[in-house]
Design a protein around this ligand. Structure first.
Ligand SMILES: *Cc1c(COP(=O)(O)O)cnc(C)c1O
Length: 385
């Protein structure tokens, strides 16, 4: 038996290494020219007017919520089937968090559940301020439906596209914000493109972009037009809002720029491996998500659902065989921090049923067909046992 196969892994080239080392030999390690170049490149790539780079997608979600004015007394809604950061950003701002259940077939935010919940919330005067749909696995949510509901009820939308740089939805690149205010990407090493740690927010609204830039860097401005009075010298700056130090370094941006050159190739490779999984898994008792024909997924993850009664044994058998399968995700509302707010099992039945069946199989550009065959053979054996 050969080595351990993780569920995701970065693909670093000699060009990536050269890009990072050349920054290390340059004058600026932070606050230099490379971060703005990376921001412009990502924004151009996804068809957005503005890009704001941050030290993580978690920070990007936080500054996005700040820019939209989320605060105490407000509510943020997301799905339970996501990484905790999609919900935590609401708590950072002092808002409350609630969830919309996923669709049984797509495993993404269910537009029907959203419509019903918005109607009830309106009747009781408790509409959320911000909605965070999540493009799980890199498959875009039904943004046309979600965006229409958000407009109807006056709710702002942040797309959590941590899994979905390079994905397309109905002729729009994810990140173009065709149906949202802001889109957030993650560049953690398991994601599609990496900067080690890093994130980026896109928007078409210059005021939102500026608020996110200020929140990223202490709320400090050096632009006289934004100051409360005329500067008394070239040293003068003003803090005009409360911000953080959420900046991306020049080395990270250089890595991201170099990786971005291969985004198309990364997704082609993920698509090819996923199509091969689709073929190899035929006949096994696994369920795949319904994928919308107007989408091109970025295929960050390849998740299958197995019979709940085989879930634990399948996980154990695959981990024992050196295959790093994972669960994306334990429903956020069942995390102790959220249960302490009153959430309980049974609140979001589709997300809970999904988490009792879902297994992420390894998928990354460097995965070989031999390794993929080993994954499928081990899965088949575990399901037959
Ligand atoms: C990875 C991830 C995040 C957080 O990304 P970081 O860059 O690690 O902060 C947020 N949401 C989702 C859905 C993710 O997968």
């Amino acid at each position: 038996m050969s080595g351990f196969i993780p569920y995701g892994r970065q693909a670093i080239s000699e060009a990536d290494i050269a890009a990072v080392t050349s920054v290390l030999r340059s004058d600026y390690l932070t606050q230099g020219p490379v971060v703005p170049r990376f921001e412009a490149a990502v924004a151009a790539r996804v068809g957005a007017a503005h890009g704001v780079a941050l030290n993580s997608a978690t920070s990007a979600l936080h500054v996005a919520c700040m820019a939209l004015g989320l605060g105490p007394g407000d509510a943020l809604w997301t799905v339970p089937t996501t990484f905790v950061a999609s919900a935590n950003c609401g708590l950072y701002c002092g808002a409350s968090v609630d969830f919309v259940d996923i669709d049984r077939a797509t495993w993404l935010m269910c537009p029907r559940a959203l419509a019903g919940k918005l109607k009830l919330a309106k009747a009781s005067g408790r509409l959320p301020k911000v909605l965070v749909p999540v493009h799980l696995q890199g498959e875009p949510c039904d943004m046309a439906a979600i965006g229409a509901l958000a407009r109807e009820y006056g709710v702002r939308v942040i797309e959590d596209a941590s899994h979905a740089i390079g994905a397309q939805h109905a002729g729009h690149a994810v990140g173009s914000c065709a149906h949202s205010d802001i889109t957030v990407f993650s560049f953690h090493p398991v994601k599609i493109v990496t900067t080690a740690e890093g994130g980026l927010a896109t928007t078409n609204d210059p005021a939102l972009a500026r608020r996110m830039e200020l929140a990223r860097s202490h709320g400090i401005t050096r632009d006289p037009a934004e100051m409360t009075r005329a500067p008394d010298g070239p040293w003068y700056y003003e803090q005009i809002a409360l911000g953080y130090n959420y900046r991306m370094t020049e080395m990270q941006a250089a890595l991201g720029l170099s990786q971005l050159d291969r985004l198309g190739a990364f997704i082609d490779r993920r698509q090819a491996l996923a199509a091969r999984y689709d073929r190899l898994l035929k006949g096994l008792p696994v369920t795949l998500p319904r994928r919308a024909s107007q989408n091109r997924s970025a295929l960050h993850l390849y998740v299958v659902r197995v019979p709940a009664e085989r879930h634990r044994a399948t996980f154990d058998a695959m981990r024992t065989a050196g295959i790093g399968v994972n669960l994306h995700y334990i429903p956020v509302h069942l995390q102790p921090h959220y249960r302490a707010m009153g959430f309980a099992p049974g609140d979001f039945p589709q997300a809970e049923a999904y988490s009792e069946q879902a297994i992420s199989l390894p998928l990354f550009p460097g995965l070989s067909e031999d390794e993929q065959d080993r994954v499928v053979a081990t899965l088949a054996q575990a399901l037959a046992a």
